[in-house]
Design a protein. Structure first.
Length: 248
């Protein structure tokens, strides 16, 4: 087993549940030590950390913060580097998702969706950049296929993800050559938690060439590939959507 100082370290936002937790498990299995962030899902995060610590003691750090609180974001990076000695990867996964029909959008909707999907990732990346440069690290942003093909009724969410897409490409240039910056744009990999998808699952799958929904494991595999194996790839956004964006 590698010594702790030689293991790569990743900071994952929104890591307590759903896709974030699956990404955390995949990276941990690949040998990463992990700083795992949540905003309110602390009990789920503690359970995940207990699971991972059974496999490799001392390999995780819990971080709790509201990404809208920009002043506290450098502290997440500082805590990670203090604990593990370095930082190799940042995965901006945390996201808010809810409908905003035109005519009923308010400033609270705008703030909630942009804070989690664009503003928080930008300022956390800014805070992490020096540590990542020192390790020739990598960033993966969780975008969405709707950043380029907007979903009716979800305009603010789509706009926020489009900003994250633009940030991915812009910072790939600005942080080069020391840091690679890429994105993953999932299609239908998990239905909304209230059980009411924005379109019937059969309709979505009918517009997917692979004729099935994806899984969080598909997303996690793409994240790991971008971090570990895609050494000559930056500024790219990989669509993990079963080919769905082939349909106009």
């Amino acid at each position: 087993m590698e010594e702790p100082a030689s293991r790569p370290v990743a900071l994952v936002t929104g890591a307590a549940r759903r896709v974030g937790a699956v990404i955390a498990r995949r990276l941990h299995e690949a040998g990463y030590d992990l700083a795992l962030h949540c905003r309110t899902s602390r009990s789920e995060l503690d359970a995940l950390i207990a699971e991972l610590e059974q496999v490799r003691p001392g390999s995780t750090l819990a971080l709790e913060a509201d990404l809208a609180d920009v002043a506290h974001l450098p502290g997440l990076v500082e805590a990670t580097v203090t604990r593990f000695g370095h930082l190799d990867a940042l995965i901006n996964n945390a996201s808010a998702f809810f409908p905003t029909p035109l005519g009923r959008i308010d400033q609270g909707d705008w703030s909630a969706l942009f804070d989690s999907n664009a503003r928080g990732p930008l300022f956390l990346t800014q805070a992490a950049a020096p540590a990542l440069r020192a390790r020739h690290g990598a960033i993966v942003n969780l975008v969405d296929i709707y950043a380029e093909r907007p979903l009716p009724g979800y305009s603010v969410y789509c706009m926020a993800k489009a900003a994250l897409l633009a940030m991915t490409r812009a910072l790939a240039r600005e942080l080069a050559p020391q840091v690679r910056v890429n994105g993953v744009a999932p299609g239908a990999v998990m239905w909304p938690e209230d059980g009411k998808p924005y379109a019937p699952p059969t309709d979505i799958i009918a517009r997917t060439p692979l004729a099935r929904a994806g899984s969080a494991d598909d997303v996690a595999a793409a994240v790991l590939w971008l971090l570990r194996d895609a050494g000559f790839t930056t500024g790219e956004v990989i669509r993990v959507d079963g080919g769905r964006t082939l349909f106009v």
